[in-house]
Design a protein around this ligand. Sequence first.
Ligand code: S3P
Length: 167
Amino acid sequence: MRIFLIGYMGSGKSTVGKRLAQKMNLTFFDLDPLIEKRTGKTIPVIFLDYGENAFRRIEKETLSEILQADNYVLSTGGGTPCFFDNLEQMNLAGTSFYLKMDAGMLAHRLFYSKTERPLLAGKSREELFDFIKQNLAEREVFYSQAKHSINGAEFQVKEILRLLNNS
Ligand code: S3P
């Protein structure tokens, strides 16, 4: 069984992924740390040294490798399903869940987040909200192709287990 969690930065993919994997007795993978391990560089340094296009290629390669394995929950990066055929590959290999949150909630969570995110760096609170609103609207096209969409930050693990049992 392969479970993929997709959604915007700050939507709780890593937290939910860890809990879900534990409950289901599956391995937990987090794509960003795997990319950092593979390259020996942090995500911000990859963006800085090589640029976003190179990051997306490395992201795709890392995803392709994980797709060879089985029995895991993978928390992807916010942009992962929006590039190349990544989402199609995930949907072919397993079950995808979109952790859905509105721009206001995301902006609030991301404003206080300590994780460095190159796409959001240096933005004021207002700029952050405007950027997220626009970017989320563009990405919804991809996110909404997940097999299931889960709302909000709470009860997500329970809801995912319920949906898996019903399908
Ligand atoms: C990105 C999201 C990040 C990371 C990179 C780009 C994006 O992951 O992959 O900074 O394009 O949305 P998180 O969603 O875990 O923050």
